[in-house]
Design a protein around this ligand. Structure first.
Ligand SMILES: C[S@@+](CC[C@H](N)C(=O)[O-])C[C@H]1O[C@@H](n2cnc3c(N)ncnc32)[C@H](O)[C@@H]1O
Length: 201
């Protein structure tokens, strides 16, 4: 959910299809902001040759989700969506969002959560970062009796993280070629996000 340019799909293709070329990926992208439609169509065209099933929805995932996976174990990708909530919503709305998301994860038997977001670690009491919201989701899942195992990763150059078991990636080099003439190149010269991969047992 939260799928604009859908960078996560490019990542899945790069990492999964290179090893398992016959895997059939089914991607359902939810983002209530229809402004991304043009860029999502570019993604659909570019990735058509891989034969994935890609659908985008501009509705609220919590009320309009259609479970095409039929509760089979699936991966929920939170790609830069939690920092968006952390930045633009008040504390009550953030807590409500986290509780809705926790309920969504449980009721649809999500087995893997992939969180990828900005490196800012933030403060638990303010819930002012994606990492803090993700940590609250994990706390809620655990309070609900679910057992989770999480893997925490960061890129070199990042010195802000808390007590979780953070490990550095081997390299912060980009895996994709840069687009010539991109005016925002200074923001994306190397990798600097944080990742949390959670397996729900
Ligand atoms: C910073 S963008 C990230 C886009 C995308 N994940 C990417 O990296 O290409 C965050 C997106 O989260 C979306 N978002 C915020 N709240 C949402 C919600 N409740 N449900 C779905 N999307 C939401 C916003 O509309 C925005 O497009």
């Amino acid at each position: 959910m939260g799928c604009g340019p859908t960078s996560e799909l490019y990542g899945f293709i790069k990492s999964i299809y290179s090893r398992f070329p016959h895997v059939k990926l089914n991607f359902e992208g939810y983002d209530m902001n229809p402004n991304w439609e043009r860029v999502q169509n570019i993604t659909k065209d570019l990735l058509a040759k891989y034969g994935l099933n890609i659908n985008f929805h501009y509705t609220d995932i919590f009320t309009d989700y259609v479970d095409v996976f039929h509760n089979k174990p699936s991966i929920l990708v939170l790609n830069y969506v939690l920092s968006d909530i952390a930045k633009f919503k008040n504390k009550e709305t953030k807590e409500l969002f986290v509780s809705q998301l926790t309920h969504f994860i449980r009721s649809h038997s999500i087995r893997v959560i992939l969180f990828n977001d900005i490196r800012y670690y933030g403060y638990k009491k303010y819930l002012d970062s994606g990492v803090q919201l993700m940590n609250l989701i994990l706390e809620n899942l655990s309070s609900d009796g679910l057992t989770t195992k999480s893997y925490y990763r960061y890129f070199s150059g990042d010195s802000y993280f808390g007590n979780e078991d953070w490990h550095p990636h081997k390299s912060n080099h980009l895996l994709f070629n840069n687009l010539q003439g991109n005016p925002y190149i200074a923001n994306i010269e190397y990798c600097r996000s944080k990742q949390i991969l959670t397996i729900i047992q």
